[in-house]
Design a protein around this ligand. Structure first.
Ligand code: HEC
Ligand code: HEC
Length: 465
Protein backbone atom coordinates (compact mmCIF):
# COMPACT_ATOMS: atom_id res chain seq x y z
CA UNK A 1 0.00 0.00 0.00
CA UNK A 2 2.72 2.46 1.05
CA UNK A 3 4.88 1.57 -1.98
CA UNK A 4 1.85 2.15 -4.24
CA UNK A 5 1.28 5.69 -2.82
CA UNK A 6 4.95 6.63 -3.32
CA UNK A 7 4.83 5.42 -6.92
CA UNK A 8 1.62 7.36 -7.56
CA UNK A 9 3.12 10.55 -6.10
CA UNK A 10 6.21 10.11 -8.24
CA UNK A 11 4.12 9.76 -11.41
CA UNK A 12 2.07 12.85 -10.49
CA UNK A 13 5.22 14.88 -9.83
CA UNK A 14 6.63 13.83 -13.19
CA UNK A 15 3.39 14.89 -14.89
CA UNK A 16 3.61 18.31 -13.22
CA UNK A 17 7.20 18.78 -14.40
CA UNK A 18 6.26 17.80 -17.96
CA UNK A 19 3.28 20.17 -17.90
CA UNK A 20 5.50 23.00 -16.70
CA UNK A 21 8.04 22.28 -19.43
CA UNK A 22 5.30 22.43 -22.05
CA UNK A 23 4.48 25.96 -20.90
CA UNK A 24 8.00 27.26 -21.49
CA UNK A 25 7.85 29.05 -24.84
CA UNK A 26 10.18 27.74 -27.54
CA UNK A 27 10.00 30.91 -29.64
CA UNK A 28 13.22 32.54 -30.94
CA UNK A 29 14.72 35.21 -28.74
CA UNK A 30 13.84 38.80 -29.64
CA UNK A 31 16.51 41.03 -31.15
CA UNK A 32 17.10 42.98 -27.96
CA UNK A 33 18.28 39.84 -26.16
CA UNK A 34 21.92 39.78 -25.11
CA UNK A 35 24.12 37.27 -26.94
CA UNK A 36 24.02 33.82 -25.34
CA UNK A 37 26.85 33.79 -22.84
CA UNK A 38 27.40 30.04 -22.42
CA UNK A 39 31.01 29.06 -22.07
CA UNK A 40 31.02 27.06 -25.31
CA UNK A 41 27.98 28.60 -26.97
CA UNK A 42 25.51 26.94 -29.28
CA UNK A 43 25.51 27.43 -33.06
CA UNK A 44 21.73 27.44 -33.51
CA UNK A 45 21.14 29.94 -30.75
CA UNK A 46 24.04 32.11 -31.87
CA UNK A 47 22.83 32.11 -35.49
CA UNK A 48 19.29 33.02 -34.40
CA UNK A 49 20.64 35.85 -32.32
CA UNK A 50 22.83 37.18 -35.15
CA UNK A 51 20.06 36.94 -37.76
CA UNK A 52 17.58 38.85 -35.61
CA UNK A 53 20.17 41.50 -34.75
CA UNK A 54 21.21 41.65 -38.40
CA UNK A 55 17.64 42.28 -39.49
CA UNK A 56 17.35 45.24 -37.13
CA UNK A 57 20.67 46.67 -38.34
CA UNK A 58 19.81 46.16 -42.01
CA UNK A 59 16.45 47.89 -41.59
CA UNK A 60 17.01 50.58 -39.02
CA UNK A 61 20.70 51.27 -38.35
CA UNK A 62 22.16 54.48 -39.76
CA UNK A 63 25.65 53.86 -38.32
CA UNK A 64 25.57 57.54 -37.35
CA UNK A 65 25.37 58.64 -41.01
CA UNK A 66 22.78 61.32 -40.11
CA UNK A 67 25.84 63.47 -39.30
CA UNK A 68 26.46 63.47 -43.07
CA UNK A 69 23.01 63.18 -44.74
CA UNK A 70 21.14 65.33 -42.24
CA UNK A 71 23.53 67.69 -40.51
CA UNK A 72 25.87 68.31 -43.47
CA UNK A 73 23.71 67.94 -46.60
CA UNK A 74 20.33 68.84 -45.09
CA UNK A 75 18.53 65.79 -46.51
CA UNK A 76 15.82 66.13 -43.82
CA UNK A 77 14.74 69.39 -45.45
CA UNK A 78 14.14 67.50 -48.69
CA UNK A 79 12.18 64.80 -46.87
CA UNK A 80 10.06 67.37 -45.02
CA UNK A 81 9.23 69.13 -48.29
CA UNK A 82 8.04 66.01 -50.15
CA UNK A 83 4.41 65.00 -50.23
CA UNK A 84 3.84 61.25 -49.78
CA UNK A 85 2.88 61.15 -53.47
CA UNK A 86 6.23 62.71 -54.48
CA UNK A 87 8.14 60.45 -52.10
CA UNK A 88 6.49 57.39 -53.68
CA UNK A 89 7.25 58.75 -57.16
CA UNK A 90 10.93 59.01 -56.19
CA UNK A 91 10.72 55.33 -55.30
CA UNK A 92 10.67 55.56 -51.51
CA UNK A 93 8.64 52.67 -50.05
CA UNK A 94 6.27 52.53 -47.08
CA UNK A 95 6.00 49.62 -44.66
CA UNK A 96 2.26 49.17 -44.06
CA UNK A 97 2.92 46.99 -41.01
CA UNK A 98 4.48 49.95 -39.21
CA UNK A 99 1.22 51.89 -39.54
CA UNK A 100 -1.91 51.66 -37.39
CA UNK A 101 -4.44 49.34 -39.15
CA UNK A 102 -7.05 52.12 -39.24
CA UNK A 103 -4.63 54.33 -41.20
CA UNK A 104 -3.95 51.50 -43.66
CA UNK A 105 -7.71 51.21 -44.26
CA UNK A 106 -7.93 54.98 -44.86
CA UNK A 107 -5.05 54.75 -47.38
CA UNK A 108 -6.80 51.85 -49.16
CA UNK A 109 -9.95 53.93 -49.48
CA UNK A 110 -8.10 57.01 -50.69
CA UNK A 111 -8.96 58.94 -47.52
CA UNK A 112 -5.41 60.07 -46.66
CA UNK A 113 -4.08 63.30 -48.09
CA UNK A 114 -1.10 62.13 -50.12
CA UNK A 115 -0.31 65.71 -51.12
CA UNK A 116 0.50 66.93 -47.61
CA UNK A 117 4.24 66.88 -46.75
CA UNK A 118 3.32 66.75 -43.04
CA UNK A 119 2.06 63.21 -43.68
CA UNK A 120 5.50 62.22 -45.03
CA UNK A 121 7.12 63.40 -41.81
CA UNK A 122 4.57 61.39 -39.81
CA UNK A 123 5.40 58.29 -41.86
CA UNK A 124 9.11 58.80 -41.13
CA UNK A 125 8.29 59.25 -37.46
CA UNK A 126 6.41 55.93 -37.50
CA UNK A 127 9.57 54.30 -38.91
CA UNK A 128 7.49 53.36 -41.95
CA UNK A 129 9.62 54.80 -44.78
CA UNK A 130 12.07 52.05 -45.70
CA UNK A 131 15.66 53.02 -44.99
CA UNK A 132 14.91 56.60 -43.88
CA UNK A 133 15.40 57.17 -40.15
CA UNK A 134 14.21 60.47 -38.69
CA UNK A 135 15.62 62.33 -35.71
CA UNK A 136 13.10 64.61 -34.05
CA UNK A 137 13.14 67.71 -31.83
CA UNK A 138 10.36 67.59 -29.29
CA UNK A 139 7.29 65.87 -30.68
CA UNK A 140 7.37 66.35 -34.38
CA UNK A 141 10.02 68.71 -35.81
CA UNK A 142 12.26 66.68 -38.12
CA UNK A 143 15.79 67.73 -37.10
CA UNK A 144 17.85 65.27 -39.17
CA UNK A 145 17.67 62.05 -41.17
CA UNK A 146 19.99 59.14 -41.71
CA UNK A 147 19.87 56.33 -44.25
CA UNK A 148 20.04 52.56 -43.74
CA UNK A 149 20.80 49.62 -46.04
CA UNK A 150 17.04 49.15 -46.56
CA UNK A 151 16.63 52.35 -48.56
CA UNK A 152 18.31 50.65 -51.55
CA UNK A 153 18.11 46.93 -50.72
CA UNK A 154 14.48 46.48 -49.68
CA UNK A 155 11.08 47.02 -51.21
CA UNK A 156 7.42 46.27 -50.42
CA UNK A 157 4.77 43.96 -51.89
CA UNK A 158 2.45 46.86 -52.86
CA UNK A 159 -0.43 45.12 -51.03
CA UNK A 160 -2.02 48.40 -49.87
CA UNK A 161 -1.17 50.67 -52.81
CA UNK A 162 1.78 51.07 -55.14
CA UNK A 163 4.83 51.58 -52.91
CA UNK A 164 2.93 50.71 -49.72
CA UNK A 165 2.85 47.16 -48.34
CA UNK A 166 4.77 44.49 -46.48
CA UNK A 167 8.56 44.81 -46.35
CA UNK A 168 10.68 42.53 -48.49
CA UNK A 169 14.25 42.75 -47.22
CA UNK A 170 17.05 42.10 -49.68
CA UNK A 171 15.19 42.70 -52.94
CA UNK A 172 16.71 45.72 -54.65
CA UNK A 173 14.54 48.82 -54.80
CA UNK A 174 14.49 49.15 -58.58
CA UNK A 175 12.27 52.24 -58.40
CA UNK A 176 14.40 54.34 -56.07
CA UNK A 177 15.84 57.45 -57.70
CA UNK A 178 18.51 58.06 -55.07
CA UNK A 179 20.40 60.36 -57.46
CA UNK A 180 17.43 62.71 -57.75
CA UNK A 181 16.97 62.65 -53.97
CA UNK A 182 20.63 63.54 -53.32
CA UNK A 183 20.57 66.19 -56.08
CA UNK A 184 17.79 67.99 -54.18
CA UNK A 185 19.72 68.55 -50.92
CA UNK A 186 20.25 72.19 -49.89
CA UNK A 187 24.00 71.76 -49.36
CA UNK A 188 25.75 69.59 -51.94
CA UNK A 189 29.16 71.13 -51.19
CA UNK A 190 30.63 68.21 -49.16
CA UNK A 191 29.95 65.92 -52.17
CA UNK A 192 31.35 68.49 -54.62
CA UNK A 193 34.50 68.93 -52.50
CA UNK A 194 35.13 65.20 -52.51
CA UNK A 195 34.66 64.87 -56.28
CA UNK A 196 36.94 67.88 -56.86
CA UNK A 197 39.84 65.77 -55.61
CA UNK A 198 39.66 64.07 -59.03
CA UNK A 199 38.50 67.05 -61.06
CA UNK A 200 39.15 70.49 -59.48
CA UNK A 201 37.02 72.31 -62.08
CA UNK A 202 33.75 70.61 -61.04
CA UNK A 203 30.82 72.77 -59.96
CA UNK A 204 27.74 71.86 -57.92
CA UNK A 205 25.71 71.99 -61.13
CA UNK A 206 28.00 69.44 -62.78
CA UNK A 207 27.49 67.15 -59.81
CA UNK A 208 23.71 67.60 -59.94
CA UNK A 209 23.80 66.77 -63.64
CA UNK A 210 25.56 63.48 -62.83
CA UNK A 211 23.18 62.58 -59.98
CA UNK A 212 20.09 63.32 -62.06
CA UNK A 213 21.42 61.14 -64.89
CA UNK A 214 21.42 57.95 -62.75
CA UNK A 215 17.68 57.28 -62.85
CA UNK A 216 15.65 54.71 -60.91
CA UNK A 217 17.27 51.66 -59.31
CA UNK A 218 20.83 52.86 -59.80
CA UNK A 219 23.67 54.19 -57.66
CA UNK A 220 27.35 54.73 -58.37
CA UNK A 221 29.27 53.17 -55.47
CA UNK A 222 32.66 53.78 -57.11
CA UNK A 223 32.13 57.46 -57.98
CA UNK A 224 33.54 58.65 -54.66
CA UNK A 225 36.68 56.60 -55.21
CA UNK A 226 37.53 57.48 -58.81
CA UNK A 227 35.30 60.38 -59.88
CA UNK A 228 34.51 58.62 -63.18
CA UNK A 229 30.93 59.65 -63.70
CA UNK A 230 30.34 58.51 -67.27
CA UNK A 231 31.10 55.51 -69.42
CA UNK A 232 32.40 57.07 -72.67
CA UNK A 233 30.33 54.66 -74.73
CA UNK A 234 26.69 53.70 -74.49
CA UNK A 235 25.86 50.08 -75.15
CA UNK A 236 22.34 48.83 -75.79
CA UNK A 237 21.76 45.12 -76.32
CA UNK A 238 25.44 44.64 -76.99
CA UNK A 239 25.67 47.37 -79.63
CA UNK A 240 27.36 50.76 -79.19
CA UNK A 241 24.46 53.17 -79.56
CA UNK A 242 25.87 56.41 -78.23
CA UNK A 243 28.32 58.06 -75.91
CA UNK A 244 28.55 59.19 -72.35
CA UNK A 245 26.20 57.15 -70.16
CA UNK A 246 26.23 57.32 -66.33
CA UNK A 247 28.68 54.99 -64.62
CA UNK A 248 25.98 54.12 -62.07
CA UNK A 249 25.12 50.44 -61.70
CA UNK A 250 21.84 48.73 -60.92
CA UNK A 251 21.30 47.96 -57.25
CA UNK A 252 21.70 44.18 -56.93
CA UNK A 253 19.57 41.96 -54.72
CA UNK A 254 21.06 41.13 -51.33
CA UNK A 255 19.50 37.65 -51.38
CA UNK A 256 20.85 34.23 -52.27
CA UNK A 257 24.41 35.38 -51.53
CA UNK A 258 25.65 32.47 -49.40
CA UNK A 259 28.27 30.07 -50.69
CA UNK A 260 30.26 32.23 -53.06
CA UNK A 261 33.20 34.49 -52.59
CA UNK A 262 33.31 37.68 -54.65
CA UNK A 263 30.37 40.07 -54.49
CA UNK A 264 29.13 43.19 -56.29
CA UNK A 265 29.16 43.52 -60.07
CA UNK A 266 32.87 43.90 -60.52
CA UNK A 267 35.78 41.73 -59.50
CA UNK A 268 38.25 41.70 -56.68
CA UNK A 269 36.45 43.79 -54.07
CA UNK A 270 35.70 40.97 -51.67
CA UNK A 271 32.99 39.17 -49.75
CA UNK A 272 29.65 40.44 -48.48
CA UNK A 273 31.19 41.65 -45.23
CA UNK A 274 34.02 43.47 -47.03
CA UNK A 275 31.42 45.35 -49.02
CA UNK A 276 29.24 46.03 -45.97
CA UNK A 277 32.12 47.71 -44.16
CA UNK A 278 33.00 49.69 -47.28
CA UNK A 279 29.42 50.84 -47.93
CA UNK A 280 28.62 51.69 -44.32
CA UNK A 281 31.76 53.80 -43.92
CA UNK A 282 32.56 55.19 -47.37
CA UNK A 283 29.24 55.30 -49.23
CA UNK A 284 26.73 55.93 -46.45
CA UNK A 285 29.28 57.92 -44.40
CA UNK A 286 28.58 56.05 -41.19
CA UNK A 287 31.00 56.44 -38.30
CA UNK A 288 33.32 53.44 -38.43
CA UNK A 289 36.55 51.91 -39.59
CA UNK A 290 37.60 50.72 -43.01
CA UNK A 291 40.97 49.54 -44.25
CA UNK A 292 42.03 48.71 -47.81
CA UNK A 293 45.55 49.66 -48.93
CA UNK A 294 44.52 49.10 -52.56
CA UNK A 295 42.78 52.49 -52.37
CA UNK A 296 46.21 54.15 -52.19
CA UNK A 297 46.59 53.53 -55.94
CA UNK A 298 46.05 57.15 -57.03
CA UNK A 299 45.90 56.24 -60.69
CA UNK A 300 42.88 53.97 -60.29
CA UNK A 301 41.32 55.67 -57.25
CA UNK A 302 42.35 59.37 -57.37
CA UNK A 303 39.74 60.47 -54.82
CA UNK A 304 40.11 57.56 -52.41
CA UNK A 305 43.90 57.89 -52.44
CA UNK A 306 43.85 61.64 -51.73
CA UNK A 307 41.06 61.48 -49.14
CA UNK A 308 42.59 58.42 -47.42
CA UNK A 309 39.38 56.40 -47.81
CA UNK A 310 41.31 53.15 -47.41
CA UNK A 311 42.51 54.23 -43.98
CA UNK A 312 39.41 55.36 -42.11
CA UNK A 313 39.91 54.74 -38.43
CA UNK A 314 37.50 55.45 -35.59
CA UNK A 315 38.12 54.94 -31.90
CA UNK A 316 36.40 51.68 -30.80
CA UNK A 317 34.22 53.55 -28.32
CA UNK A 318 32.82 55.79 -31.06
CA UNK A 319 32.79 53.21 -33.89
CA UNK A 320 29.16 52.58 -34.88
CA UNK A 321 29.87 50.06 -37.65
CA UNK A 322 32.47 47.45 -36.76
CA UNK A 323 30.59 45.68 -33.95
CA UNK A 324 27.58 45.24 -36.25
CA UNK A 325 29.40 43.53 -39.12
CA UNK A 326 28.98 39.90 -37.94
CA UNK A 327 25.19 40.16 -37.52
CA UNK A 328 24.75 42.16 -40.73
CA UNK A 329 26.83 39.59 -42.62
CA UNK A 330 24.89 36.59 -41.36
CA UNK A 331 21.52 38.22 -42.00
CA UNK A 332 22.32 38.78 -45.66
CA UNK A 333 23.68 35.27 -46.08
CA UNK A 334 20.48 33.96 -44.49
CA UNK A 335 18.12 35.82 -46.84
CA UNK A 336 17.02 33.25 -49.42
CA UNK A 337 16.59 34.04 -53.10
CA UNK A 338 12.93 34.39 -54.08
CA UNK A 339 11.64 31.05 -55.43
CA UNK A 340 9.81 30.99 -58.76
CA UNK A 341 6.49 29.10 -58.98
CA UNK A 342 6.21 26.49 -61.72
CA UNK A 343 3.50 27.34 -64.22
CA UNK A 344 3.17 30.89 -62.87
CA UNK A 345 6.64 32.37 -63.17
CA UNK A 346 7.95 29.97 -65.81
CA UNK A 347 6.82 27.25 -68.20
CA UNK A 348 8.17 23.96 -66.75
CA UNK A 349 8.41 22.07 -70.06
CA UNK A 350 10.30 24.81 -71.87
CA UNK A 351 12.48 25.26 -68.77
CA UNK A 352 13.41 21.55 -68.82
CA UNK A 353 14.60 21.91 -72.43
CA UNK A 354 16.44 25.12 -71.42
CA UNK A 355 18.17 23.25 -68.60
CA UNK A 356 19.79 20.91 -71.13
CA UNK A 357 20.90 23.88 -73.24
CA UNK A 358 22.26 25.78 -70.22
CA UNK A 359 24.89 23.17 -69.46
CA UNK A 360 25.13 21.94 -73.08
CA UNK A 361 24.99 23.90 -76.31
CA UNK A 362 24.72 27.36 -74.67
CA UNK A 363 27.63 26.65 -72.30
CA UNK A 364 26.32 28.96 -69.55
CA UNK A 365 27.16 26.51 -66.77
CA UNK A 366 30.87 27.06 -67.52
CA UNK A 367 30.55 30.22 -65.41
CA UNK A 368 27.08 30.15 -63.83
CA UNK A 369 27.69 26.87 -61.96
CA UNK A 370 24.59 25.00 -60.88
CA UNK A 371 23.24 25.50 -58.18
CA UNK A 372 25.25 28.53 -56.98
CA UNK A 373 24.89 30.16 -60.42
CA UNK A 374 28.42 31.51 -60.05
CA UNK A 375 31.74 29.71 -59.62
CA UNK A 376 32.93 28.25 -56.33
CA UNK A 377 36.30 29.97 -56.00
CA UNK A 378 37.49 33.23 -57.57
CA UNK A 379 34.35 34.04 -59.52
CA UNK A 380 35.34 36.79 -61.93
CA UNK A 381 36.13 37.15 -65.67
CA UNK A 382 37.96 39.74 -67.74
CA UNK A 383 36.06 42.01 -70.13
CA UNK A 384 38.00 40.42 -73.01
CA UNK A 385 36.79 36.98 -72.01
CA UNK A 386 33.21 38.24 -71.72
CA UNK A 387 33.59 40.24 -74.94
CA UNK A 388 32.17 43.42 -73.42
CA UNK A 389 33.61 46.90 -72.74
CA UNK A 390 35.99 47.37 -69.79
CA UNK A 391 34.71 50.67 -68.32
CA UNK A 392 33.11 49.30 -65.17
CA UNK A 393 35.61 46.44 -64.72
CA UNK A 394 38.49 48.91 -64.66
CA UNK A 395 36.92 50.72 -61.72
CA UNK A 396 37.43 47.66 -59.47
CA UNK A 397 40.61 46.13 -58.03
CA UNK A 398 40.07 42.90 -60.01
CA UNK A 399 39.73 44.73 -63.36
CA UNK A 400 37.03 42.18 -64.10
CA UNK A 401 33.33 41.35 -63.91
CA UNK A 402 32.03 38.96 -61.29
CA UNK A 403 29.83 36.11 -62.49
CA UNK A 404 26.47 37.31 -61.26
CA UNK A 405 24.42 34.67 -59.46
CA UNK A 406 21.12 34.14 -61.24
CA UNK A 407 18.80 32.84 -58.49
CA UNK A 408 15.54 34.78 -58.34
CA UNK A 409 16.20 36.64 -61.60
CA UNK A 410 12.57 36.05 -62.69
CA UNK A 411 11.49 38.81 -60.27
CA UNK A 412 13.13 41.41 -62.52
CA UNK A 413 12.09 39.78 -65.79
CA UNK A 414 8.46 39.75 -64.63
CA UNK A 415 8.71 43.17 -63.00
CA UNK A 416 7.34 41.92 -59.67
CA UNK A 417 7.24 44.46 -56.81
CA UNK A 418 8.31 47.32 -59.07
CA UNK A 419 7.03 49.94 -61.49
CA UNK A 420 6.63 48.26 -64.88
CA UNK A 421 8.78 51.02 -66.42
CA UNK A 422 11.69 49.72 -64.36
CA UNK A 423 11.31 46.01 -64.99
CA UNK A 424 13.93 43.84 -66.69
CA UNK A 425 17.34 45.54 -67.13
CA UNK A 426 20.21 43.09 -66.92
CA UNK A 427 24.01 43.32 -66.60
CA UNK A 428 25.60 45.94 -64.35
CA UNK A 429 24.30 49.00 -66.21
CA UNK A 430 21.04 47.48 -67.42
CA UNK A 431 22.23 47.36 -71.03
CA UNK A 432 19.92 44.43 -71.80
CA UNK A 433 16.22 45.10 -71.39
CA UNK A 434 14.99 41.48 -71.25
CA UNK A 435 16.43 38.02 -70.65
CA UNK A 436 15.85 37.29 -74.34
CA UNK A 437 18.14 40.24 -75.14
CA UNK A 438 20.79 38.77 -72.78
CA UNK A 439 20.58 35.37 -74.46
CA UNK A 440 20.67 36.90 -77.96
CA UNK A 441 23.83 38.77 -77.01
CA UNK A 442 25.56 35.63 -75.65
CA UNK A 443 24.51 33.91 -78.87
CA UNK A 444 26.29 36.60 -80.90
CA UNK A 445 29.32 37.04 -78.63
CA UNK A 446 30.05 33.34 -78.32
CA UNK A 447 28.68 32.11 -81.68
CA UNK A 448 26.34 29.67 -79.96
CA UNK A 449 24.07 29.09 -82.96
CA UNK A 450 20.90 28.99 -80.84
CA UNK A 451 17.59 28.90 -82.75
CA UNK A 452 14.75 31.24 -81.77
CA UNK A 453 13.02 28.40 -79.96
CA UNK A 454 16.17 27.44 -78.07
CA UNK A 455 16.62 31.04 -76.95
CA UNK A 456 13.07 31.09 -75.60
CA UNK A 457 13.63 27.77 -73.78
CA UNK A 458 16.78 29.12 -72.22
CA UNK A 459 14.87 32.18 -70.99
CA UNK A 460 12.21 29.95 -69.39
CA UNK A 461 15.01 28.06 -67.65
CA UNK A 462 16.58 31.31 -66.37
CA UNK A 463 13.17 32.25 -64.98
CA UNK A 464 13.02 28.94 -63.08
CA UNK A 465 16.23 29.56 -61.06
C1 HEC B 1 22.40 54.17 -52.10
C2 HEC B 1 22.04 52.80 -52.36
C3 HEC B 1 22.72 51.73 -51.54
C4 HEC B 1 22.81 51.64 -50.17
C5 HEC B 1 22.34 52.63 -49.13
C6 HEC B 1 23.45 50.38 -49.90
N1 HEC B 1 23.73 49.72 -51.06
FE1 HEC B 1 24.45 47.85 -51.24
N2 HEC B 1 24.67 48.12 -53.22
C7 HEC B 1 24.26 49.22 -53.95
C8 HEC B 1 24.79 49.13 -55.29
C9 HEC B 1 24.58 50.12 -56.43
C10 HEC B 1 25.56 47.94 -55.35
C11 HEC B 1 26.39 47.43 -56.53
C12 HEC B 1 27.76 48.06 -56.41
C13 HEC B 1 28.73 47.64 -57.46
O1 HEC B 1 28.70 46.49 -57.90
O2 HEC B 1 29.58 48.45 -57.80
C14 HEC B 1 25.44 47.31 -54.04
C15 HEC B 1 25.97 46.07 -53.70
C16 HEC B 1 25.71 45.42 -52.53
C17 HEC B 1 26.00 44.02 -52.25
C18 HEC B 1 26.52 43.00 -53.23
C19 HEC B 1 25.38 42.19 -53.78
C20 HEC B 1 25.82 41.13 -54.72
O3 HEC B 1 25.06 40.71 -55.60
O4 HEC B 1 26.95 40.69 -54.61
C21 HEC B 1 25.67 43.79 -50.95
C22 HEC B 1 25.79 42.49 -50.20
C23 HEC B 1 25.19 45.05 -50.41
N3 HEC B 1 25.21 46.01 -51.39
C24 HEC B 1 24.79 45.23 -49.10
C25 HEC B 1 24.52 46.47 -48.54
C26 HEC B 1 24.40 46.73 -47.13
C27 HEC B 1 24.51 45.71 -46.04
C28 HEC B 1 24.15 48.05 -46.99
C29 HEC B 1 24.05 48.84 -45.71
C30 HEC B 1 25.26 48.83 -44.92
C31 HEC B 1 24.07 48.61 -48.33
N4 HEC B 1 24.33 47.63 -49.24
C32 HEC B 1 23.74 49.92 -48.62
C33 HEC B 1 23.48 50.24 -53.44
C34 HEC B 1 23.33 50.52 -52.09
C1 HEC C 1 32.64 33.61 -69.17
C2 HEC C 1 31.69 33.47 -68.09
C3 HEC C 1 30.22 33.56 -68.42
C4 HEC C 1 29.50 32.79 -69.31
C5 HEC C 1 30.01 31.69 -70.22
C6 HEC C 1 28.13 33.21 -69.19
N1 HEC C 1 28.03 34.24 -68.29
FE1 HEC C 1 26.34 35.19 -67.78
N2 HEC C 1 27.41 36.52 -66.69
C7 HEC C 1 28.77 36.48 -66.51
C8 HEC C 1 29.20 37.69 -65.84
C9 HEC C 1 30.62 38.03 -65.46
C10 HEC C 1 28.04 38.48 -65.65
C11 HEC C 1 27.96 39.87 -65.04
C12 HEC C 1 28.06 40.90 -66.16
C13 HEC C 1 28.02 42.33 -65.66
O1 HEC C 1 28.62 42.64 -64.63
O2 HEC C 1 27.41 43.16 -66.30
C14 HEC C 1 26.94 37.70 -66.20
C15 HEC C 1 25.62 38.12 -66.18
C16 HEC C 1 24.56 37.38 -66.64
C17 HEC C 1 23.18 37.74 -66.53
C18 HEC C 1 22.65 39.04 -65.91
C19 HEC C 1 22.59 38.97 -64.41
C20 HEC C 1 21.97 40.21 -63.82
O3 HEC C 1 21.79 40.22 -62.59
O4 HEC C 1 21.69 41.18 -64.52
C21 HEC C 1 22.44 36.75 -67.09
C22 HEC C 1 20.93 36.67 -67.19
C23 HEC C 1 23.37 35.76 -67.58
N3 HEC C 1 24.65 36.18 -67.28
C24 HEC C 1 23.00 34.61 -68.24
C25 HEC C 1 23.90 33.81 -68.93
C26 HEC C 1 23.51 32.81 -69.87
C27 HEC C 1 22.07 32.48 -70.25
C28 HEC C 1 24.66 32.27 -70.36
C29 HEC C 1 24.80 31.23 -71.43
C30 HEC C 1 24.25 31.60 -72.73
C31 HEC C 1 25.76 32.94 -69.70
N4 HEC C 1 25.26 33.87 -68.84
C32 HEC C 1 27.09 32.66 -69.91
C33 HEC C 1 29.61 35.45 -66.88
C34 HEC C 1 29.29 34.48 -67.82
Amino acid sequence: MKRYTVALLAVMALCLVLAALALIPATPKPATQQPPSDFLGNAQEHARYLVSQGQQIFRFDTFGDEAFWGEQLGLHQVVASLSPRQALELGLKVDAEALPPALVEHIKHGEVNLDDPAVTVQLVQANAVLGVVGFFDGDSRLRSVGLTCAVCHATVDNAVAFGIGKRIDGLANRDLDIGAIIAAVPNLQPVVDLLRLANPALTANDVRHVLLAWGPGKFDAELFLDGKAFNPQQITNGVVTGTHVPGATLIPDARGLAGHNLHTWTGGWGTVTYWNAFVAVNAMHGIGTFFDARFDNAEQFPIAARAGLGHVSTDPDSDQVTSKLPALHLYQLALPAVRPRSGIDFDPEAAARGDTLFSGKADCNRCHRKPLWTEPGWNQHTPTELKIDDFQANRAPGLAYRTMNLAGIFVRERGLFMDSNNQGRFYHDGRFQTLLDVVASYNDRFNLGLTDEERRDLVEYLKSL
